[in-house]
Design a protein. Structure first.
Length: 119
């Protein structure tokens, strides 16, 4: 469990990670719970390359957004569409640490998805 504070929201997120090797390349599964009108930050360490991150929320009355940042704090990609299935394609010129902000605009819900390196 990890407590993340942003603005006035304190979010407790339980995040399960599993790493698998798929024929199309590296893939990391992501799942967790996010509170109503809240933000969860997930750190990552990735190699240089092209990636896609996809999430799917469980509540049709919510809107999930994703913001991907590199280790320098630069925005690499985002999805702000009004839907509960954000998809972001992004590239990293060099590997390293960074973070993903998952924003929930709506009621509390669970989410599942993945980060995948594309060939």
């Amino acid at each position: 469990m990890k407590n993340i504070t942003r603005n006035i929201f304190v979010v407790s997120a339980v995040c399960a990670l599993a790493i698998s090797q798929a024929a199309v390349g590296w893939r990391q599964t992501v799942s967790g719970r996010i509170g109503a009108d809240s933000v969860v930050t997930r750190d990552y360490t990735l190699s240089a390359g092209d990636y896609v991150i996809y999430l799917e929320g469980t509540n049709a009355y919510s809107d999930l957004d994703i913001f991907v940042y590199d280790g320098y704090g630069n925005l690499c990609g985002k999805d702000e569409l009004i839907d509960n299935e954000p998809l972001v394609e992004f590239s990293l010129d060099r590997g390293g640490r960074g973070h993903v902000e998952i924003v929930n605009n709506g009621v509390s819900q669970r989410y599942t998805g993945y980060i995948r390196q594309v060939d």
